[in-house]
Structure formats: C-alpha cells, structure tokens
Design a protein around this ligand. Structure first.
Ligand code: SF4
Length: 621
C-alpha cells in the first residue's frame, strides 16, 4: 500500500498537511483539517454532508474551493507520472565525488593521479565533479606539491568538459575550547578550494586554521579568494547536542553541516528520539536566526527547506557507491565515508585497478522506490529513504530501515515542515536563502543592489503574504502593463492568488514591493529572464503616478539597470507600456530606455484591441 497523497499531522496543537508527492505543505486550521480527513477521497457533497454538524456550509465550500485551486495549480494532488517518478527514483548518475582518505596529504599524493583518473572515467555525464582529500593530520607545507598534481588533473578535467573542484576535508578544532567540550561532537573542516591554478596563499591559511583564531583564518581564506566555501562538519558523538549550532554560530561560523550517517555508524545504539530532540533544538535556533534576518547555512536543514520550497522531493538521499566513492590509505574503495574501514563493504582497489560492479549494485537498489517501507511512508520525499550506512548500523541490512529510527525520522520531518512554515509565513524569501547556499563566488543580488541604490528614497523588499490585500486592490481593473502584459494577461488575481505568489514565487520570476521610507507600499518591480537570450522582461508600476517624475527614482532606476546588465549578464531589458502610461514612458526614457516599437492591437481590453509600446534598455547604450 502506498502512502496517502495528502498526509495530515499535528505538532504542538497545530495542524499541518503535506503532499507526499510534491512536498508542498501548509499549516491548516481546524475546518481544513476536518475537510482533509475526507478530501479528495469523498465526493464534495458527501464531505459537506459528513461535516454539516461541525462547520457552516459556506465555510466548507470556501475550504474546498481553496483545495481545488491548489489542485488545479498542481501544488497538491498532481497526477502521478509513473515514468518520471520511476526515472527520478532509479536514476543512477556517474561518480560525482571521490574522497581520498589518508594519514596525511603526502600519503594521499601517491594515489592522486589514479584517483583523478577514476573520477574522470566514472563521472559519465556528470558535469560537476569533486576530488576530496581527507588527511587525518595536516601538514600545510605538503599543499604545494598537492597543488601541482591537482593542476594536472584539473587540466584533464577541463579537456573532458567537466567542472572540477577540489575539497580539503581536514581535522579541525573550533575555538573557543568550550564548543568542543560542551557540544558532545567532533569537528572537521571542509574547504572548497578555488579553481586552478590552485592558490599558494592556501598554505598560510591552512596553518592559521588550527591556530588560536580559526574564525579569522576562515575570513581571510574567503576574502583572499583562496577558497570558495568553508564549512564546519559536525559529527555528534552523543545523543545530546542541543546547542552546537548556536555555539558555532555565536563563535562566528556561518556554514555548518551535520554528518549524521557518520554519527549513526559510529554510535548505532543511540536513541533516535533523543537525537531528534537535539536536531529539533538546533533547527529552532536556526529558524530564529533566519527570522531575525541573520542568514547562515546549516545542512541538512537548508536543503530540506529548499526541497519543500522548490516542490522537488528527494527520492534517493544516499549517493553511496554510485555518486560517491572513498579510497583509504591502502587504496581500498568504499561506497562512502561512513563505510570506511568496514571490510565487507570494500568494492575494489584503486591500486589494483579493480572495482567490482556486482558489489556496487546493492547500492543502486537503495532509495524510496526500491524500499517497501519507504513506499508506505509519508516522509519519503524529504527523507529520501535514509542512508544505507544508518540502516546497516541499526538493522544490519543496508536495505532495511530500522522501525524505531523511521518513527523518529518522521517526527523530525514534521519538525522540518513546521520550521519551514514558520519561515514561509514570515515572508523570508527563499530565493535569497538558496542563493546564499552556493559556493561563494561573487553572486549578484538584485535585491541587495537595489536596496543600496534606492537607499534614502524608496525601500525595496520581497512580497509578503500580508501584501495580498493591497495587491488585489491595486490589480483589480487596473489597466497598467504591469498587470495586463504578463504571461496570463488576465485580471483574475484574488487575495488567495496573491498570498500564494508571495509564499511560493515561481523560481524564474522576481517580484518586489517598492515602499516609501515609512514602509507604506507604493509600487512594484518585477523581473523575468528570457532563458538563453541574455535578455529579461521587466515591469514597473507606481501606484501614485506622480512618483514616476521624481528624479531620484529615475536616477536610481538607471543605476539599477546598469548594475543588472553588468552582473546579471543580461544585455537587453524589455518593458511594455500601455497607451495610458505616459508618465511611465517618460520615466523609462529618462532612465535610458528607448522606444523599440509597437505591438499593434496586441491587448484586448473591454471589447477593444489596443497597442502596446515596447521600451528597451541595452547594455551597449
Ligand atoms: S527510511 Fe524510514 S522514514 Fe525514511 S522514507 Fe523510508 S520508511 Fe520513511
């Protein structure tokens, strides 16, 4: 039996629903909770009949209407496409990451070339590949020699059309000592080294990392461009690690990742419920910080938020043996780090040039589709079938998840959904959170640029759920191009549409609220790139037309466009203007737009075909 399409659960007296296929989730009130007991199994009229003594008919109709809207937009109950579901679940890509675990960098060097060849040869169609060096002790002086060998592999990878990255995974002691003592965890540090030519400056930074001021060393390495990211990897050594994220964050670390499979492999008898208590305490702190506008990254929390936000469930969370391999100091190959040192999982030997495909196959059969327990489990889209190392540690079988662990995992998934809803309802823009999750090559933030440019004159912020009322007032019967000349071209927005826009903006579109300095909404700005064309469409709307004439707005708009073209790699921006918007046209012209042409009779409004003028801004001008 498969998991129900819509799963309801309660946490601390609040009700939540998650679509087990899309991971779309929301907090619901009692009436929606009651309706969802029957919806979509029962016909609508029967639902009204069954709930007639508990809720007024009109309210029931409203709830059913909202659920139907979500269904039509495919946020929930999207028809199952068996073929694509199977493809996702059974997808076996090439090798993405090879880790060389050795006593020292010098020892890893003796395997480096062969490791690089293995990674390149087995990466198949994977574009992004990583070679990770994981020495038990680090002598920074060895980096120079390693950099030379890595440059050779990097050149070969470039010729093969790959994006090759080097990771250093080194022992690490976060300072102050109290973090180490009180946290009940062990730590490592993972540096993603900037692309070849691998920087010499890394040597000094590596020495400083294990000195008295590692946070300062982190900063220097990032600022001088020697590394793209540095993460602190935390492996809980006990069940109670409630405050480790808080301690690290307060000490100045902004990129943290939990190594949970490694922890379970090392401590299989830990109580899963106690571990989830600790994880919940950490996610609570993380969410509080996000709500206080202090974005930093903690994994796997941020990736789970992203999966819910993108509606992209993970059907196979564990890459062991397929996308990852680990070689030890003797060249023995293991599926992933948690298995390192467990002889029954040796898949081959780097030195002997052997990799036994039949020993890799069992790892291909992991994930939610191949695991009967997972097919029945509502948490599968966010759990992804767990991790083979955890199943092995708890049940002795990489394909058989332990029931007690799964119960706790489902409670943990509920905590993640609750945390997501807290952030989403506060209007945190996930696009920005997600953007901060990539390697820290300089990223363009339109919001950041615009905020700086509009400073002192206008405010700019992402849409909030609470903006729905004003947006609907502005939008209904408005003849501005902002509302008419879009992909739908229809004035059908409801409060509910607008709440959904704010909570789940389509990833391809960015829309912001312009505010006066006292925070009152005064306009809208929207940007939508045209894929593959170095071009974007932009819309501007100011509710009070007089604002278009403000020189401050025109100048900041001009600077914003220039910045957008420069950093966003866009060459042309197209903006539609309807016949009545003469003040918008004048503002655009002052900002550097030119009238590119007229789309004759392209707008049908109140029984009449109307022209729409197109203004363009070009980077070359
Ligand atoms: S591993 Fe357990 S919790 Fe995870 S999807 Fe499978 S059954 Fe559910």
């Amino acid at each position: 039996m498969q998991a129900p399409h819509l799963h309801r659960f309660e946490r601390d007296g609040r009700c939540y629903v998650i679509d087990t296929h899309t991971c779309f989730c929301f907090e619901c009130d009692r009436i929606s909770w009651d309706v969802l007991e029957y919806y979509p199994r029962e016909p609508v009229n029967r639902i009204y009949h069954l709930l007639r003594d508990r809720h007024p008919r009109k309210e029931l109709e409203e709830v059913v209407g909202e659920l139907e809207w979500l269904r039509v937009t495919k946020a929930i109950l999207a028809p199952l496409d068996d073929e694509s579901f199977f493809k996702k679940a059974a997808r076996a890509g090439g090798l993405k990451k090879l880790t060389l675990a050795a006593a020292s960098l010098r020892e890893a060097l003796s395997w480096l070339n062969r490791g690089g060849l293995l990674l390149l040869a087995r990466s198949r169609e994977e574009k992004d590949i990583t070679l990770s060096l994981r020495p038990e002790t680090l002598i920074a002086a060895d980096w120079g020699q390693a950099a030379v060998a890595l440059a050779e592999i990097s050149a070969a990878a470039r010729l093969a059309g790959k994006n090759f990255r080097v990771e250093l995974d080194i022992p690490f002691s976060p300072f102050p000592e109290t973090i180490i003592k009180n946290s009940g965890c062990t730590f490592r540090c993972r540096l993603l080294v900037s692309a070849a030519p691998f920087p010499e400056s890394l040597k000094g930074g590596l020495t400083a990392l294990n000195g008295k001021k590692p946070v300062g060393a982190f900063k220097t390495l990032l600022e001088n461009g020697a590394v793209e990211t540095i993460r602190v990897a935390v492996q809980p050594a006990s069940e109670t690690f409630h405050t480790v994220v808080e301690a690290l964050h307060k000490a100045g670390y902004g990129d943290i990742v939990f190594d949970l499979p490694g922890a379970w492999m090392a401590h299989p008898r830990h109580d899963p419920e106690a571990v989830v208590d600790s994880l919940e305490a950490n996610i609570l702190y993380y969410v509080d910080q996000l709500l206080h506008n202090a974005p930093f990254r903690v994994e796997p929390f941020a990736l789970l938020f992203k999966a819910i936000h993108d509606g992209a469930p993970m059907y196979r969370a564990d890459p062991s043996g397929i996308e990852t391999l680990v070689a030890d100091g003797e060249g023995a190959l293991y599926p992933s780090l948690p298995f390192l040192g467990t002889p029954r999982f040796i898949l081959g030997n780097l030195m002997e040039g052997v990799l036994d495909e039949t020993r890799c196959e069992p790892f291909l059969l992991s994930g939610t589709l191949q695991t009967p327990e997972c097919l029945r489990c509502w948490a599968r889209g966010l759990c992804g079938g767990g991790h083979a190392a955890i199943h092995y540690a708890r049940s002795g079988d990489i394909h058989h998840p332990d029931a007690a662990w799964c119960d706790a995992q489902r409670r943990w998934t509920g905590a993640v959904v609750e945390a997501f809803n807290r952030i989403a309802s506060a209007g945190i823009n996930f696009d920005h959170l997600v953007a901060s999750m990539g390697p820290c090559t300089r990223r363009f933030s339109l919001l950041g640029a615009a905020k700086a440019l509009f400073k002192g004159q206008l405010g700019l912020r992402p849409l909030l759920e609470g903006d729905a009322t004003v947006l609907v007032q502005w939008e209904n019967w408005n003849r501005s191009a902002y509302f008419l000349c879009n992909e739908t071209g229809a004035l059908t927005a409801t409060r509910y549409d607008r709440e959904m826009d704010a909570l789940h903006p389509p990833p391809y579109r960015q829309e912001w609220m312009l505010t006066r300095m006292n925070g009152t909404p005064c306009g809208l700005l929207k940007l939508q790139p045209v894929p593959g064309k170095q071009m974007a469409r932009a819309w501007l709307y100011l509710h009070d037309e007089e604002l278009y004439a403000k020189p401050a707005l025109q100048h900041t708009l001009q600077a914003l466009l220039a910045e957008l073209c420069r950093e966003g790699q866009i060459r042309h921006i197209l903006t539609p203007v309807t016949a009545n918007e003469t003040k918008l046209a004048a503002a655009l012209t002052t900002a550097g737009f030119v009238h590119a042409g007229t789309e004759r009779e392209s707008l049908y409004l109140q029984g009449v075909y109307q022209d729409v003028d197109i203004y363009t801004y070009s980077a070359e001008d």
